[in-house]
Design a binder for this molecule. Sequence first.
Ligand code: IPM
Ligand code: MN
Length: 353
Amino acid sequence: MKWKIAVLPGDGIGPEVVAQAVKAVDAVCRKYSHDVEYTHALVGACAIDATGDPYPEETHRICMGSDAVLFGAVGDPKYDNDPTSKVRPEQGLLAIRKKLGLYANLRPVETFPSLVDRSPLRKELVDGADFLCVRELTGGMYFGEKGRKDGGDTAWDTCIYSRSEVERILKLSFEYACRRRSHLTVVDKANVLESSRLWRQIAMEMAPSWPDVQVDYMFVDNAAMQLIRQPKFFDVLVTENTFGDILTDEASCISGSMGLLASASVGAHTSLFEPIHGSYPQAAGKDIANPVAAILSAAMMFEYAFGRMDEGRAIREAVAASIMEGIVTEDLAEKGKPAFKTSEVGDWIANRI
Ligand code: IPM
Ligand code: MN
């Protein structure tokens, strides 16, 4: 097979970790005799610097013409403390999600047996935890009307969802639940928010069509607690955009490091694969960031975009072996043991593949 991959490394550690993901893709393509064609494009702060636009038209054209997008991270501290800044790197990520119609963000949370001691949670709580967070990605407060009034002293963001937006993300979640352990948890704030009441109403309407799926409803504040109190309770968790953003950062603790969690964003056009972590500017250029989330995003690309399970598994097995053998970056290195560089971990995993 031959696939066209758009590579959007972005900012901060993005280029370093995506380079390791590309090594893994190359290795797996050699092993299974596939061909790939990469096209690099700009997104985020580097795109603003070069063109003034965090998601340039040229980048969008390349993404639309590709079979998958491998994405690094966006963000630059020079924008973070300037609330007046009109253009921000994060707008590039929001624009790509919206323009590619990527309404579902799939964030699997798994534990690696050799890392259960590294989680801030007790071993017996996290050992064996395995669930899928489905985060709605193109609606809610991220995209609702926002603004300022009273000379800037009053500000608002609107959490807005339509029936069709809620139905399509719930449908996908029911389908994933069927392929897993048939347990779906719908997370909302239906005791307070009207948009949440719509979510819950639609979920209750849809549930009878999936009689084998056990559905439960959980308020988001409680879900935040249950995620760390009993992570093994969850199988598929679905929630709106902002809640999903917050809960998945929290859930990354279960695996032991933000540097381990990959994601797939799927929807109308080309699917996009990215680590859930940000651009980690303090580490940029130092060759110390954990490339595993980016490499596992490449595994998800084979599985979700190309339907190639063996190729995905080959990457996953190599990643698991690297962790087992202690070939890890400083975020995961055991006290007194050496930490490996980003590029060393990437080389080791590619070799292993
Ligand atoms: C994420 C990130 C983004 C988000 C930021 C960078 C806009 O935190 O992918 O979770 O909030 O969606
Ligand atoms: Mn986030």
